[in-house]
Ligand binder design. Structure first.
Ligand code: CO
Length: 134
């Protein structure tokens, strides 16, 4: 079951500049930075109430975020909903005809398992589902 909006991810070409913007200018607090090797992405987390802003930046100029920046420049990248049962939600949505970018959930930040619904199934919006380990 979907529980809440876990994060909003923004693809940024300059991570330090984006952290300064969201921390110093907008006034959020930087909680941490994590490399997610499986996604070739470095992520900075800035909580905002019940959800958080994630600034995502390619590791070593590679991976899907680099491809996004090359094609579209920086900007809103995806929404992520927390689920308490990712396998059940994937099955439920596949049964409704939704397509996913990978066949099965993969390792995400904070020890989560994550999967992305294809934006062509969601009116152009990339949506991530994440289940935290219990
Ligand atoms: Co995400």
């Amino acid at each position: 079951m979907i529980r809440r909006l876990d994060h909003i991810a923004i693809a940024v070409p300059d991570l330090d500049a984006a952290i300064r913007r969201f921390a110093e200018d907008i006034g959020l607090e930087l909680q941490g930075i994590e490399d997610v090797a499986d996604q070739k992405t470095t992520t900075a987390f800035l909580p905002a109430g019940e959800t958080q802003i994630e600034l995502i930046h390619p590791m070593d100029g590679q991976g899907p975020v680099q491809a996004y920046l090359d094609k579209r420049g920086g900007g809103l990248h995806h929404l992520c909903f927390e689920t308490d049962d990712i396998d059940a939600d994937v099955k439920r949505l596949k049964d409704k005809g939704y397509r996913f970018i990978s066949d099965a959930p993969r390792p995400g930040a904070h020890g989560t398992r994550v999967i992305f619904i294809h934006p062509k199934s969601c009116g152009g919006v990339l949506i991530e589902l994440a289940e935290y380990s219990k």
